[in-house]
Design a protein around this ligand. Structure first.
Ligand code: FPP
Length: 248
């Protein structure tokens, strides 16, 4: 099975899962956290070097206050309970998004976890929190404009690579595969720049029902797809072979 270097997941369907069981929405999020724990472990076991989870979008701030508060609480509990696992399994935490909007307590535990796991190398768990891709791109553009104004960067120097370095995901490779659960087939303002060449995989399964077998199914489908990056099939094959030779 081909393992993506970077897997990104839009975890969707927690609310519907709860509604189907006549439970409060938060019960769906609680079950969602259990699935996060299982999927993080499995990705690390499979040797996936980068995993990005869309845990809280910019638009999610508009949800009822009670739900936002519960999600922040769940996130705090998750980080507290997972620190030991992250240290044991050599997992590094990274966060993308507009952290300034997060409650101080959440920011502080995120920072503690991030610095405690900084040296870990097996897998980077990248949490998208208070994240919106257009917001991220605009923040990057503003920073670039200031650098150009202050003559720390010239207009000619600005290319794909320089732009990527100004995004929250600086230092992370672009995702190879995006999974979205719950039957929705949208990108929803997630990693718009970074997903340019990613394979997209949509499943009807709701996030709280998503398990290791579902992950394996997505990876098997990914293994079968031919990624061409705009080349012809024959060119892409040649490129793949020469990359393989270079690595040996
Ligand atoms: C989408 O379901 C999910 C979210 C908005 C939040 C995802 C959060 C978790 C899985 C738990 C917290 C995360 C971590 C990393 C500990 P939805 O509520 O939009 O579902 P619906 O579309 O069925 O209403």
């Amino acid at each position: 099975m081909k393992i993506p270097r970077h897997l990104a997941i839009i975890m969707d369907g927690n609310g519907r899962w709860a509604e189907q069981r006549s439970l409060p929405r938060i019960a769906g999020h609680q079950q969602g956290v259990k699935v996060v724990q299982e999927i993080v472990r499995e990705c690390s076991k499979l040797g996936i070097p980068y995993l990005t989870l869309y845990a809280f979008s910019f638009e999610n701030w508009k949800r009822p206050q009670e739900e936002v508060r519960s999600l922040m609480e769940l996130l705090t509990l998750y980080l507290r309970s997972e620190l030991q696992t992250m240290l044991k399994e050599n997992i590094r935490l990274n966060v993308i998004g507009d952290a300034a909007r997060l409650p101080a307590g959440v920011r502080s535990i995120l920072e503690q976890t991030r610095s405690a796991t900084e040296g870990n190398q097996r897998m980077t768990l990248n949490l998208a929190l208070s994240y919106g891709s257009r917001d991220e791109v605009l923040r990057a553009v503003r920073r670039i404009c200031l650098e150009i104004r202050d003559q720390r960067l010239s207009v000619e120097e600005l290319d794909d690579e320089v732009f990527s370095r100004h995004l929250d995901t600086a230092g992370l490779p672009d995702p190879d595969l995006l999974i979205r659960t719950s039957g929705e087939t949208r990108i929803s303002n997630f990693l718009l720049w970074q997903l340019a060449y990613a394979e997209l995989y949509f499943t009807e399964t709701l996030w709280p029902d998503f398990g290791r077998e579902d992950l394996h199914r997505a990876l098997e489908e990914f293994s079968r797809r031919e990624r061409r990056f705009g080349l012809t099939g024959a060119q892409a094959q040649r490129e793949k072979l020469s990359n393989r030779e270079e690595r040996h």
